[in-house]
Design a protein around this ligand. Structure first.
Ligand code: UDP
Ligand code: XDX
Length: 349
């Protein structure tokens, strides 16, 4: 493994599998990394309060069946950043068709709670994380919007201050992604860096192939990120798990790499989905990437990709296959930029 310093602090190692020892990311990525990467500890809440100067902040937490974790997340933000250092003006939990006590737990913890389908009710409701986020932007008013997943363990409020730092101190920054070490917590133990499976197996390779400008993002699918409202209301939201990759590509294409930043939030532990669920997530992300490849003219496919995913699991079988077949429609449904909705429609948000 060859090692070369980029001259900017990050150590670059070249994988032994390559004969070409002169591999390197683009000069744009090399200069973006030190300029637009920071650490949560760089952004103290007291300093950000001075920088706030009337800028309002909303935190949006998408939550589907998160009764076990959403309460602590809300309480921590309220304690530290509402009652403590008043950086946050609004905490909204979007109850995403939960079947458990998510709404009650979140409300008891001090959040405003909306049912996903009650926002913009004149529109037919849709399922998915991106739908919850889009409705969350519609139902809040903050100049800056911070997104925090509702399934986090060991959440600390410096996730929020870290994400707000670049936005409150540099008006040229439009959107900030968190990054972290991502343990994979299993029944037999924890793999310290085994999490982010869809990131490593699907999103990172695709983004490096077609948008190498984004190669510097340590966690392109991070569920913790923040943006300016005028940006978030000007881009479409993929209604499913394609929402994060869609945002990154759309903002890069619209505002350029320098409008994007990332902040090291330390470690992130969350509830993991099954491999089959991540298979469906992967399909949604791939269809979002293919949609953007066509949209931005980077690839023209002779035949559009199919959207039906067939998966197999133990169960009654037939035709010699002792498995159940599970079919999922992965269609990349999208919500339009909120700014394109008529004012009258918005007033019911
Ligand atoms: O239809 C959905 C799917 C997910 N989520 C929420 O979005 C966050 C991230 O989803 P999930 O944990 O399923 O994704 P992962 O982190 O495993 O990739 C969590 O707070 C979920 O409760 C949601 O609000 N609606
Ligand atoms: O990053 C990933 O590979 C996936 C799955 O994470 P794990 O393998 O369960 O740690 O998690 C992320 O992806 C989703 C799709 O973008 C986001 O919505 C989640 O917030 C994020 O946790």
């Amino acid at each position: 493994m060859a090692t070369t310093g980029s001259g900017k602090g990050i150590v670059v190692r070249t994988n032994r599998a390559n004969e070409h020892a002169d591999l390197h990311v683009s000069a744009d990525v090399g200069s973006w990394l030190p300029r637009r990467s920071s650490h949560a500890a760089d952004w103290r809440a007291e300093d950000l309060l001075a920088a706030k100067r009337g800028t309002t902040v909303s935190v949006v937490i998408p939550a589907r069946d998160e009764e076990a974790t959403v309460g602590d997340i809300v309480r921590t933000i309220r304690r530290d950043l509402v009652d403590g250092v008043p950086l946050v003006d609004e905490i909204l939990v979007v109850d995403s068709r939960s079947q458990d006590a998510t709404a009650r737990v979140a409300a008891e913890a001090g959040a405003t709670v909306v049912a996903q389908d009650s926002v913009l009710p004149m529109l037919p409701g849709m399922a998915g994380k991106g739908e919850a986020l889009w409705k969350g932007v519609a139902a809040t008013t903050g100049d800056l919007v911070v997104f925090v997943d509702g399934d986090l363990y060991d959440f600390t409020s410096d996730y929020v201050t870290g994400l707000l730092g670049p936005l409150l101190t540099d008006e040229s920054v439009a959107y900030v992604k968190g990054f972290y070490h991502r343990p994979l917590v299993g029944s037999t133990g924890t793999d310290a860096d085994g999490g982010g499976r869809v990131t490593e197996l699907v999103a990172r390779p695709l983004l490096n192939m077609y948008w190498p400008e984004l190669a510097g993002f340590v966690q392109p699918l991070a569920g913790e990120y923040a943006g300016r409202r005028e940006v978030l209301e000007s881009i479409p939201f993929v209604v499913n798990y394609g929402v994060e990759v869609g945002h990154l590509i759309d903002i890069l294409e619209w505002r350029g790499l320098d409008a994007l930043a990332q902040v090291d939030l330390g470690k992130r532990t969350h509830r993991h989905q099954t491999t089959q669920a991540l298979g469906r997530m992967s399909g949604q992300i791939m269809l979002t990437v293919f949609d953007r490849l066509e949209r931005y003219g980077r690839l023209v496919s002779a035949q559009p990709p199919a959207t039906l995913l067939a998966q197999f699991r133990r169960g009654e079988g037939a035709d010699g296959v002792e498995r159940e077949m599970v079919l999922t429609d992965l269609t990349c449904e999208q919500r339009p930029p909120l700014a394109t909705l008529h004012t009258a429609d918005r007033e019911i948000a």
